[in-house]
Design a protein around this ligand. Structure first.
Ligand SMILES: [Mg+2]
Length: 169
């Protein structure tokens, strides 16, 4: 069996995950993490890059929902001008709210991906749901001990993935 922490795909940034790439995989729905995947913790509202990317997905018929372990205030600020289905305090790595998000955007396990920056929450939650997971490196990590510990736990999986897939960055 596949290791549930192992990403299915890795990209350097969220907007390298293009509508063309997703369409080629048959993806119609993206369940996206916010913090450190789309924006650093300090950035409350989506910038032009995030909006442009979401608009490009929408133009290709790909829906997005936010699935964040952060609080409702943070998620609402991110989503205020976007208005996509959003699930704060989503409880990743558990799949309950991801399943709700997937249903809200009309996805099925075959047509949905999770996009995030953490293997222990995002990848694990996605694999618990039975969907493919795309991982990007964190935009700007918190420097506290807990985060360092989590990154340390993730490192061998990221390393193995990159080696297997010939990723040099
Ligand atoms: Mg994150």
């Amino acid at each position: 069996m596949r290791n549930p922490l192992m990403p299915d795909y890795m990209f350097r940034t969220f907007d390298e995950v293009t509508p063309e790439f997703l369409s080629a995989l048959g993806v119609r729905a993206v369940l996206a993490d916010i913090d450190n995947t789309l924006a650093p913790y300090e950035q409350p509202e989506p910038d032009e890059r995030i909006r442009g990317w979401i608009a490009s997905l929408a133009a290709a018929g790909i829906s997005i929902a936010f699935v964040s372990n952060n609080n409702a205030e943070r998620v609402e600020l991110s989503n205020r001008t976007l208005g996509v289905p959003a699930y704060p305090k989503s409880g990743k790595p558990f799949k309950k709210n991801l399943a709700k998000a997937m249903a809200a955007v009309g996805g099925t396990p075959d047509t949905t991906v999770v996009l995030g920056d953490q293997l222990l929450t995002d990848a694990l939650a996605g694999h618990n749901l039975g969907v493919r997971c795309i991982i990007v490196p964190p935009i700007r990590d918190k420097k506290n001990g807990f985060f360092r510990f989590k990154r340390w736990l993730e490192r061998p999986f990221v390393k193995r993935f990159k080696k297997r897939n010939g990723i040099a960055w």
